[in-house]
Design a protein around this ligand. Sequence first.
Ligand code: DQA
Length: 143
Amino acid sequence: MIKKILVIHGPNLNLLGEREPGVYGNMTIDTLNDNIIERAKEQGMQCEIFQSNHEGAIIDKLHAARTSFDGVILNAGAYTHYSYAIRDAIAAIKIPVIEVHISNVFARDAFRANSVISEVCRGTICGFGAISYYLAVQALAEL
Ligand code: DQA
């Protein structure tokens, strides 16, 4: 049963709310995080949230998560499309990792349609704005 979850926001997601609002919406990362924590609580789960603009820091956090969390929600930002190192880190740990994206990555630049992490993730949710994260919380609660 999943009790403790970790949310990882990758590069540039610290600027949510001011970054390309037409694509990513107006909600700040602080409000988004409050909402995610609230929804996790409703599902009886504890939630920690981490944001980094650095590939190695995201990899370190995934490694650390394997012994202290039951599941991970990961928005790897642009690393999604080319980081084999993050892919390998996900493959190396046994807890489920759900890939999320705020935008519909299939309806944008061609390079965004390819994810090098999808194959090693438990599932992928994209295109629903902040709701992508909330759906991932629900998925982990029901796994
Ligand atoms: C994103 C989509 C990526 O292509 C982009 O590089 C991001 C955010 C999303 O949440 O829609 O930084 O992961």
